[in-house]
Design a protein around this ligand. Structure first.
Ligand SMILES: Cc1cc2nc3c(=O)[nH]c(=O)nc-3n(C[C@H](O)[C@H](O)[C@H](O)COP(=O)(O)O)c2cc1C
Length: 354
């Protein structure tokens, strides 16, 4: 793989930085990369405010949180209330990106510039993170003036930069069901997702699941409250400043086909990287590496039953012993996609008998 592609794939959102400031030459390279991004109509409508003073960075963070607290969207309001949250993750350099409101495509242009900056930073092994929350501080005109941001501009986001305290973890899982080939003769598409899209028979596969550290809560009762429970665990992970590593799951110890609703037992969890100890209802554990039979379900969560049955049938027909409860891994967010596009992976831990 060439270096550009390697940089694209190794970049991660970095949320822990060394105190030491990045070098001026490095900052210059990052800024130059920004302005080499493409822009609609060649408007180049962007403006970059570079801040390296800790007090000013903290002021923006605290000010943004005050505004976030007043927002209707619950996850934003609740992040605003987290006392020890610094929205820039204590990075030593922050760049606020604003764009001319009357330009053709200012948000798109500024976003292209931001991605160039992230990649330039990564190419020098400097950590970076796109900070959408930064915009909340600048909804206040007084703050725009204080930071000399042109009146005709709108602040879209910030980006934080600093030396990493550790190497980047592996990339988060990328959903592959986003490509639709039209009029293409040779296709090398992930078979499983493609079959789903075409509505062809579901495929069951055997695969290894890597070990993972998870934060979870055991629940009982109706499944109706699962979205709320997910928020509860997710919020705890976020408030602890832990890095989510992509596995959002529910493990179901019994089934509505066998027990009354109030007797349903299950756990909801999130995988994370970092150190954490159990707290209140929250448990922490390592799920060891294991083998599963896996199948994908696309559509409303309530329609997952046939996929679960199909995996059980496959296990019986192909000499697998099911050795644990079913886990559903939630691959996208019901707040972001319509029900018909929800993707859930069904996993049964198994041992192959012969
Ligand atoms: C528009 C946008 C806004 C974001 N805002 C924040 C933010 O405010 N705070 C943060 O920690 N990460 C933020 N991120 C980073 C995403 O959480 C991150 O890119 C995503 O989880 C994927 O992880 P990766 O960047 O390591 O691949 C933002 C990313 C984008 C594109």
């Amino acid at each position: 793989m060439n270096q550009v592609l390697e940089t694209i794939k190794s970049r991660r959102s970095v949320r822990k930085y060394r105190k030491e400031q990045i070098k001026d030459e490095e900052l210059e390279i990052i800024l130059e990369a920004a302005i080499y991004a493409p822009t609609g109509h060649n408007d180049q409508p962007w403006h970059f405010t570079i801040i390296q003073d800790r007090d000013l960075i903290n002021e923006i963070s605290e000010g943004a949180k005050e505004v976030m607290k007043t927002r209707d969207v619950e996850w934003i309001a609740s992040m605003g209330r987290v006392k020890n949250l610094n929205i820039f993750h204590h990075a030593p350099t922050v760049i606020i990106v604003s764009g001319r409101k009357d330009a053709t495509t200012p948000l798109v242009d500024c976003s292209a510039a931001a991605q160039n900056m992230l990649l330039a930073a990564e190419s020098m092994n400097i950590g970076s993170c796109w900070i959408g929350l930064a915009k909340f501080y600048f909804v206040n005109e007084k703050n725009m003036k204080k930071f000399n941001i042109p009146e005709e501009n709108k602040v879209y986001f910030g980006v934080s930069f600093g030396y990493k305290v550790r190497e980047n973890p592996k990339a988060l899982k990328r959903y592959k069901n986003v490509f639709n080939y039209v009029g293409v003769s040779s296709q090398n598409i992930n078979k499983q997702y493609n079959k789903l899209q075409l509505g062809v028979t579901m495929e069951v596969i055997e695969k290894r699941i890597e070990e993972a550290k998870v934060a979870y809560i055991p629940y009982s009762g109706s499944y109706d409250r699962i979205p709320e429970y997910m928020q509860e665990v997710g919020q705890w992970v976020m408030e602890k400043g832990l890095e989510m590593t992509g596995r959002v799951y529910g493990t179901y110890y019994n089934s509505p086909e066998d027990v009354a609703e109030e007797d349903l037992r299950y756990e909801i969890g999130f995988s994370f990287a970092g150190d954490a100890t159990p707290e209140g209802k929250i448990g922490i554990k390592e799920i060891p590496e294991h083998t599963v039979l896996s199948a994908m379900h696309q559509g409303p969560y309530t329609e997952i039953g046939p996929v679960i049955h199909a995996v059980v049938d496959y296990a019986v027909e192909n000499s697998y012993d099911i050795v644990g409860p079913v886990t559903e891994v939630y691959l996208n967010d019901p707040a972001e996609v319509p029900e018909s596009e929800l993707l859930t992976e069904v996993q049964f831990p198994v041992i192959k008998l012969k």
